[in-house]
Design a protein around this ligand. Structure first.
Ligand code: FAD
Length: 401
């Protein structure tokens, strides 16, 4: 019997595996897809300081490796209907310090996590789709590609459609907002690179008042178009549609440099519980929660979940008795559930700001934009409110997520 099996080799499963290895435990990761799979290009760009710190504890040197392949933009700019309302350039981060974040495509982050896992002797089993889970008081039996496997504990990082969560009958609760946004990854021209700035444009005049975000990543930048509730996918989200609207917000020359297009719906859901009744299976990452993307809480909070799950499993294994072990896993559930609820609410606050239902909110934003030259704090409010509150969840006061 394995001490612990991780299900899913996404960023969260790989992070959890590294954390477990740092405690000296042997780890098997079961991944449904083949080793040569192609993962979707767009998704999480932003690897936050706290995630880098946790990854570096789990795998010393990994943070420097990720930072070395990412970019840190120092300038943030906010525009409102074509006019700048906020701009700030931060000082250069000293080379010997971890930056507040780094930005690279999720596929790249996953590549670094995977090579760290290989170096740490994590046993990754590809083509191993988990289809069934049976939990008893002292062990878990998984069926992966028809083969039964037993473990003392299971960390389920099998993503939004988690088979493990479904087999355990754990429901996701929350809401799905109307509308979607379209994410386009664009490769930069190394001979004539775009400015290394994150630019958020409220009510972009060329896009009939839709919000447009531009975020740099290593080797390019992402354009994120926030569509209106009644927008038609065919008009904005197909490759053809993107080629129609993209030149309205960036130079036409980038039409030949589109790397990836995806659409993203605004889900704000959290699993009822992150553990099974026997406290042997721990849900982490997208298997446990899905947030709207503002504030980059998806992958970053998943990395914090993975670290907390690994710590809880190690503590439970050395607990004095089964009741203490169950208590330890129960604490993981309480802490990470509270953090997820907090992240969900925070992303919801950002969403309410970006897609205001009430005309009063829209009016406040318009007034703030008009008055921002005289009252810079109003420009700062427009800049920061788009990402939700910046405080830490009460259950995780040292980490942002
Ligand atoms: C368009 C888009 C933009 C995003 N932007 C951001 C962002 O800016 N910032 C941010 O933090 N997050 C963002 N996210 C969310 C982020 O991508 C996810 O939160 C992150 O991928 C979650 O990682 P995970 O490991 O939990 O799940 P996943 O990445 O989904 O990985 C799950 C893994 O489990 C495997 N698997 C699934 N089922 C099984 C099974 N039955 N058996 C075995 N293996 C299985 C899958 O093949 C996969 O490898 C974005 C997502 C999208 C789609």
């Amino acid at each position: 019997m394995d001490p612990v099996i991780v299900v899913g080799a996404g960023p969260v499963g790989l992070s959890a595996a590294l954390a477990l290895r740092s405690f000296g435990l042997p780890v098997t990761v079961l991944e449904a897809e083949p080793e040569d799979r192609v993962r979707p290009g767009s998704r999480a760009l932003f690897v936050h300081h706290e995630s880098l710190r946790l990854l570096d504890i789990a795998s010393p040197g990994l943070a420097a490796q990720i930072v070395g392949h990412g970019v840190v933009w120092r300038t943030r700019r906010t525009l409102y209907r074509g006019r700048q309302v906020y701009a700030k350039t931060y000082p250069v981060v000293p080379a010997n310090e971890l930056p507040p974040f780094t930005s690279l495509r999720q596929v790249e982050t996953e590549r670094h996590l995977l090579s760290a896992c290989k170096a740490a002797d994590v046993d990754i089993v590809w083509d191993a789709e988990v289809s069934d889970v049976d939990v008893a008081a002292d062990e878990v039996t998984l069926v992966a590609s028809g083969r039964p496997l037993r473990a003392q504990y299971v960390i389920a990082a099998d993503g939004a459609h988690s088979a493990v969560r479904q087999k355990l009958g754990i429901a996701m609760r929350g809401k799905r907002s109307d509308g979607f946004h379209v994410v386009v990854d664009v490769e930069d021209d190394p001979q004539d690179p775009a400015l290394l700035e994150r630019v958020f444009h409220y009510e972009h005049p060329a896009m009939d008042g839709r919000n447009v975000l531009r975020v740099p990543f290593a080797g390019g930048f992402q354009i994120d178009l926030q569509c209106k509730d009644d927008d038609d996918l065919a008009e904005f989200a197909t490759d053809e549609a993107v080629r129609r609207w993209l030149p309205k917000v960036i130079d036409r020359r980038y039409l030949n440099s589109i790397l990836w297009v995806s659409k993203y719906h605004y889900l704000q859901v959290v699993a009822d519980t992150f553990v099974d009744p026997w406290r042997r299976v721990l849900l982490v990452g997208d298997a446990a929660h899905l947030f709207p993307p503002m504030g980059a809480r998806g992958m970053n909070s998943g990395i914090a979940d993975g670290d907390a799950a690994a710590t809880a499993v190690v503590a439970a294994m050395s607990a004095a008795n089964p009741a203490r072990a169950a208590e330890t896993i129960g604490r993981f559930d309480r802490d990470r559930h509270t953090a997820a609820q907090y992240n969900s609410d925070a992303a919801g606050i950002a969403l309410a700001h970006l897609k205001p239902r009430s005309p009063v909110t829209r009016l406040r934003q318009r007034l703030a934009a008009v008055m921002s030259p005289a009252v810079p704090a109003l420009g700062s409010w427009l800049e920061h409110a788009a990402y939700g509150p910046r405080t830490a969840p009460p259950s995780n006061p040292h980490g942002k997520y």
